[in-house]
Design a protein around this ligand. Structure first.
Ligand SMILES: [Fe+2]
Length: 202
């Protein structure tokens, strides 16, 4: 973004605000509940941990509201951020070395998230933003270097880190399926209120 870097700081902030507002006006064609309840999402969410995905979605929503980022895209990307995980087991035991060497879950997850959202009827630009946030929520699979992330991508990364437990235990935390669904429906209502503030007073 060389043009953005050359302009004065106040113009830079204004330009960034306009960009965020443009991102915020993306129409919301698909609810979080529709994403969450889709059989493909359920299959992969169970693999990487439903409780973790739901918790990260809430963290991402809160951070998005705080920082003026689209809360719908943040919650969707956070919910789906780990759906690319594969099960790296050796003789029935989790093999961390194998995982560390071979893992590409962010790449897989981005592709799966994009495919799922398009299948559900999501707007293409929104699906791309979510996929990119899933792709860049971690740099563990990338060569060392400076990765420049957009605010939406930073939020999903931070939300994920807020729910992490030592030894990857967050992937195995349990949640009752009915409770998980209720939480997602509740988050949907919170997103709707953020995107349509008039509803707040109704
Ligand atoms: Fe995660």
């Amino acid at each position: 973004m060389p043009i953005l870097l050359r302009v004065g700081s106040s113009y830079g902030i204004l330009f960034r605000t306009i960009l965020l507002r443009r991102e915020n006006v993306l129409s919301r064609r698909v609810t979080l509940t529709e994403v969450f309840t889709h059989p493909i999402a359920q299959k992969y969410l169970r693999r990487s941990g439903v409780a973790h995905a739901v918790a990260v979605a809430f963290h991402a929503f809160r951070l998005a509201v705080k920082h003026g980022v689209n809360p719908d895209l943040a919650a969707k990307a956070a919910l789906l951020h780990d759906i690319g995980h594969y099960e790296w087991y050796t003789n029935g035991e989790w093999d961390y070395e194998k995982y560390k060497t071979n893992d590409i879950h962010a790449i897989k997850g981005a592709e799966r998230a994009h495919k799922l959202l398009i299948r559900l009827g999501e707007e293409r630009r929104a699906a791309k933003e979510v996929a990119l946030a899933v792709l860049l929520h971690t740099d563990s699979y990338l060569p060392e270097g400076s990765l420049q992330q957009k605010p939406l991508q930073q939020i999903v990364k931070l939300a994920d880190e807020l729910d992490e437990e030592p030894g990857g235990k967050h992937h195995y935390r349990e949640i009752d399926p009915d409770v998980a669904l209720k939480k997602i429906q509740q988050l949907d209502e919170m997103i709707e209120k953020q995107l349509n503030p008039i509803q707040k007073s109704m």
